[in-house]
Design a protein around this ligand. Structure first.
Ligand code: PLP
Length: 374
């Protein structure tokens, strides 16, 4: 085994057969979210006795795994999602990667997995973006979606924390994902299924949460809805979050209402960024329990003017309608005289910061590849 430097350094083993320029251009033209992958991946391994080692950037390839690997049986894993953006000057920046590193460490603790240090997380992601920088398009809405993943690879059917674990990061060029512009999506309010319970893994980014959300997501589709909204499991009363996005409401008086981070909701990086930008504008932001009935009555009375969902993949998605077995309520349609919605304005402001077109007052962007000279 190669000796590893004590600091996190990912040795690059270049892909000898990267995609040709033409293959890459075709793949990047209109990529389906998460279906196209770059030439490399980051990888490190952990053994109980040695800790993390073998930090590498290697050609993207299938990962051979024993059929008894713990992750396949007991879903002992955690993951993340963040993006790199190409600025107009040609440089490439990550958006708040430290926040994703902290969330992955927290997810790993909950899943009894070894933590990936912030240093290793940033080193892996940065080395991968650097190696695959020609996969970062400059087009509006385009970015490189990074998927860090920690999995229990030990071949063991014992229900106990694995002694062998892999850390992997893949990268996917993505376009402007399903924002639905100002039209908005219809949301299915799941009544029979819940996403998370107190003491469970609702605030953890781990596979089981998503596996359990697929049936309600299918139900949503069957009712003509694009996403599911989950209620709390204890009282079946309070709105929590969507399958992969946090929820924000705008009141008629311009103040903001959003479910508090109760422990059963994923603390979204986009949620935190948008709430910060809304507070910067001087808006009141209330984070508290919100009953579905309060939301519906607010929409019907005109007290709630807008609902939108926020997350890394789609940034900001306006919600047009809430639907369930006993419910069908539409948000008011906007006319041109109304001016841009809060959702549209926030989407524009956040993406302007991400692409370097607006001042980064909070120091959220992190340069990975500098602008070419001259
Ligand atoms: C369940 C869930 N909620 C919220 C979010 C939004 O989080 P972020 O803004 O960090 O992407 C995600 C996406 O990661 C998610 O999967």
């Amino acid at each position: 085994m190669e000796t590893q430097a004590p600091t996190a350094q990912f040795t690059v083993i270049p892909n000898r057969r990267p995609a040709t320029d033409e293959e890459r251009w075709i793949a990047m033209e209109d990529p389906v979210f998460g279906k196209v992958f770059t030439d490399h991946m980051a990888r490190a391994t952990w053994r109980e006795e040695d800790g993390w080692a073998d930090r590498r950037i290697v050609p993207l390839a299938p990962i051979p795994m024993h059929p008894g690997a713990a992750v396949l049986h007991y879903a002992q894993q955690a993951f993340e999602g963040l993006k790199a953006y190409r600025w107009e000057d040609g440089s490439i920046r990550l958006f708040r990667p430290e926040a994703n590193a902290a969330r992955l460490a927290s997810s790993c603790r909950r899943m009894a997995l070894p933590e990936v240090s912030e240093e290793d997380f940033l080193a892996a992601v940065e080395a991968l973006v650097e190696a695959d920088q020609n996969w970062v398009a400059g087009a509006e809405g385009a970015s490189l979606y990074l998927r860090p993943l920690v999995i229990a690879t030990e071949a063991s059917l014992l229900v106990q924390p694995a002694a062998e674990v892999d850390f992997i990061v893949t990268a996917s060029p993505v376009g402007d994902y399903l924002s639905n512009g100002d039209v908005g999506v219809s949301i299915w309010v799941s009544r029979g299924y819940h996403r998370a319970n107190a003491g469970g893994t609702g605030d953890t980014k781990t596979a089981g949460n998503y596996a359990a959300s697929m049936l309600p997501q299918k139900e949503a589709k069957e009712h003509g809805c694009g996403q599911v909204l989950f209620l709390d499991a204890r009282e079946d009363t309070y709105v929590e979050e969507l399958g992969g996005m946090n929820l924000v409401a705008v009141r008629a008086d311009g103040s903001i209402l959003t479910p508090r981070l109760s422990g059963t909701i994923l603390p979204g990086v986009t949620r935190d960024s948008i709430l910060t930008l809304l507070r910067d504008e001087g808006r009141t932001v209330e984070e508290r329990d919100i009953a579905l009935t309060e939301l519906v009555e607010g929409i019907e009375s005109g007290d709630i003017a807008e609902l939108f969902a926020v997350g890394t993949a789609a940034v900001v998605t306006p919600i047009a309608r809430l639907v369930s077995d006993d419910l069908d309520v539409s948000l008011p349609e906007r006319s041109e005289e109304d001016g841009p919605s809060v959702a549209t304005a926030m989407r524009a402001l956040l993406t302007d910061i991400q692409y370097g077109r607006a001042e980064d007052r909070h120091g959220w962007t992190r340069e990975v590849v500098p602008a070419p000279e001259g």
